[in-house]
Design a binder for this molecule. Structure first.
Ligand SMILES: Cc1cc2nc3c(=O)[nH]c(=O)nc-3n(C[C@H](O)[C@H](O)[C@H](O)COP(=O)(O)O)c2cc1C
Length: 338
């Protein structure tokens, strides 16, 4: 009997895509998940994601081309992640499709039109949803898989439900639809998973893949500043908070000088605006605050983080992360079979 259940756990996100390992590296803007990280994840057999939000057309083209150059094998896939809330959403999706991207993932808002764009270019569109209702709508619009992101995730949040509860709700809803027309739509669960034990638990609840953001920030290949990674490693649970983002959603972030000002209502309003978001409260400049943090000024910028960051104790290479996940996943299933 093959005891390597992780090796058997294949994820097929769309009919036109090959099966991959069931790990999706979450898209992380701005410039946190770049070509280097995405290609490393793809080389290990997962889905590596370049964060497109906040990039220019040329920057995105360059990122996708770099990732393709760094792709050493055909084991995994490369995709982009883009916030629907971004003004440049359509342009960046179109650019990625022209570059031959394998997958487009979108969140922070919902678009019906993007599914027709995907159909025209034969590019799978994977929505990030936070409710059974939106998962069902996505399925009707042609989604071949969905990412179900809970309130435990890093970044913008569409719900405060935890991953287990939300996953069970969405699974039940999609199973009911499948019973009617026989079309299977795999679920990728996101929010709070940092190791193979977490992934095994989500598989038992019906996930066929898991998207992880925070774990991959603490990888050697993630190009964010060393100060950003050190802050991730040094904070305590009470430093993980939620703030209200100018896009109108809650967002999970680290308590630092900047987020303290947001909580206190003392954050400076932007003096100028590039209208990078379709709708913005202008409470502060989201893009600028993310860029400041990414560059290493970790007190004056906004730092997104997942709820379970404190469970991660070390920076590993992407390959080591995959090896560790595989061991833990197999152990979790071996223990539950005893
Ligand atoms: C630093 C950071 C930046 C993020 N940026 C984005 C983003 O640009 N777009 C998006 O859809 N999700 C974003 N996310 C969410 C991740 O893609 C992923 O779904 C989430 O982090 C999963 O939860 P985890 O961090 O507990 O693994 C971000 C998360 C983090 C930690």
């Amino acid at each position: 009997m093959n005891k390597n259940l992780f090796e058997l756990a294949k994820l097929k996100l769309a009919p036109q895509l090959p099966e991959i390992k069931p790990i999706v590296q979450g898209g992380m803007a701005i410039k946190i998940s770049t070509a280097k990280l995405a290609a490393s994840v793809a080389n290990c057999g997962g889905l590596g994601i370049i964060a497109a939000s906040g990039l220019t057309k040329e920057e995105l083209q360059d990122q996708i081309r770099q990732a393709r150059e760094l792709q050493l094998n055909k084991k995994g896939l490369i995709g982009i992640n883009i916030m629907y809330a971004a003004s440049d959403f359509n342009m960046l999706v179109k650019t990625a499709m022209e570059e031959g991207i394998d997958v487009v993932i979108f969140g922070a808002g919902f678009s019906r039109d993007v599914f027709s764009m995907g159909e025209e270019s034969n590019t799978p569109i994977i929505p990030i949803v936070s409710s059974a209702k939106l998962a069902k709508i996505s399925r009707k619009l042609g989604a071949t898989s969905v990412i179900v992101e809970s309130g435990e995730a890093g970044g913008h949040l569409g719900t405060c439900e935890n991953t287990d509860t939300l996953l069970v709700e969405v699974k039940q809803a999609l199973d009911e639809e499948e019973a009617q027309d026989g079309r299977h739509v795999p679920i990728v669960a996101a929010g709070g998973a940092v190791n193979g034990f977490d992934i095994a638990k989500l598989f038992k609840l019906g996930a066929e893949g898991v998207q992880m953001g925070t774990r991959f920030v603490l990888s050697k290949e993630c190009e964010v500043s060393a100060a950003f990674k050190q802050l991730y490693l040094s904070i305590k649970e009470s430093d993980v908070i939620t703030i209200l983002s100018p896009v109108g959603l809650s967002a999970r972030a680290i308590l630092n000088d900047f987020s303290k000002k947001i909580l206190d209502g003392a954050v400076e309003k932007p003096l100028s605006c590039e209208r990078c978001l379709k709708k913005c409260s202008r409470a502060f400049c989201l893009m600028k605050s993310l860029k400041v943090a990414e560059s290493g000024n970790v007190q004056d910028g906004l730092i997104f983080v997942g709820k379970n960051v404190c469970k991660i104790k070390e920076i590993l290479s992407v390959e080591e992360i995959f090896e560790k996940i595989e061991k833990e996943f197999n152990l979790a299933f071996a223990e539950s079979l005893c």
